[in-house]
Design a protein around this ligand. Structure first.
Ligand SMILES: N[C@@H](CCC(=O)N[C@@H](CS)C(=O)NCC(=O)O)C(=O)O
Length: 230
């Protein structure tokens, strides 16, 4: 049997939520370990020089990194590869890449796109994540909102759409691809569903999530995803 598998994560990391959704869907027994967001490299140095979360450690103590390959690994190892085998493999791969290229980039603008949003987000993060006493205050009040605000505003300007419109367009593009089915994967969710769900779910602890909630088709799918978790 070996040890209980672990997932080193940050509560607010969208990539971690992709993997976590698959784990919860399969009802796996995994221990979640929150790292200190100011010391990620150090806290996951046991896994080599990758230096990022999520890191999955299996029952044999072997480490796996990078959220999309990690979701695939979990599906193959603990689910007989059922999700990878759903539908057309080329379509699945294309949309996994679509999610990682587009939906991943929509999280920063909505969380940090205005100074007010950036401050709300960083204050909330400082409450959610594990920090040292000083780094918590530093994180919430020093450079971070400003730094992220600058990055986010640049992205918003380049895209030309408001962060809300960007999310609505992505959710429309994604749910249109479902056709008459409840999920991208068909009758049941597949890895693409969990990739998009992870990015979307990472916004859910923040007040800005309300901006997504009037996307009717997107939210109906999101609730179905929540209901597919164990
Ligand atoms: N491509 C990676 C990205 C992971 C990633 O960027 N994680 C962030 C947290 S959201 C991180 O650990 N950053 C630490 C760093 O880059 O130093 C994945 O999909 O897992």
């Amino acid at each position: 049997m070996g040890q209980t598998p672990t997932l080193h994560m940050l509560y607010t990391c969208p990539f971690c939520w992709k993997v976590r959704g698959v784990i919860e869907h399969l009802g796996m027994d995994v221990e979640y370990i929150s790292v200190n967001g100011m010391k990620i490299k150090k806290e996951v140095s046991f896994a080599g020089d990758w230096g990022k979360v999520p890191v999955f450690t299996d029952e044999n103590g072997e480490h796996f990194v990078d959220s999309t390959p990690l979701m695939k690994h979990i599906d193959i190892t603990y689910n007989g590869g059922k999700m990878a085998a759903m539908g057309d493999a080329a379509r699945q791969q294309k949309w996994l890449e679509w999610a990682d290229a587009n939906v991943s980039k929509a999280t920063v603008p909505i969380l940090y796109g205005t100074l007010g949003a950036a401050l709300k987000t960083t204050t909330r993060i400082s409450k959610l994540e594990k920090f040292g006493f000083f780094s918590k205050r530093l994180y919430a009040w020093a450079g971070f909102p400003i730094m992220w605000g600058i990055i986010a505003r640049k992205r918003v300007k380049k895209d030309g759409r408001s962060p809300k419109k960007l999310w609505h367009d992505l959710l429309t593009e994604f749910t249109d691809e479902h056709g008459q089915e409840p999920f991208f994967g068909g009758a049941a969710p597949d890895l693409v569903d969990f990739a998009v769900f992870g990015y979307t779910r990472s916004i859910s602890p923040f007040p800005q999530f309300s901006l997504l909630q009037d996307h009717e088709k997107g939210m109906a799918w999101y609730r179905r995803m929540e209901n597919s978790l164990q």
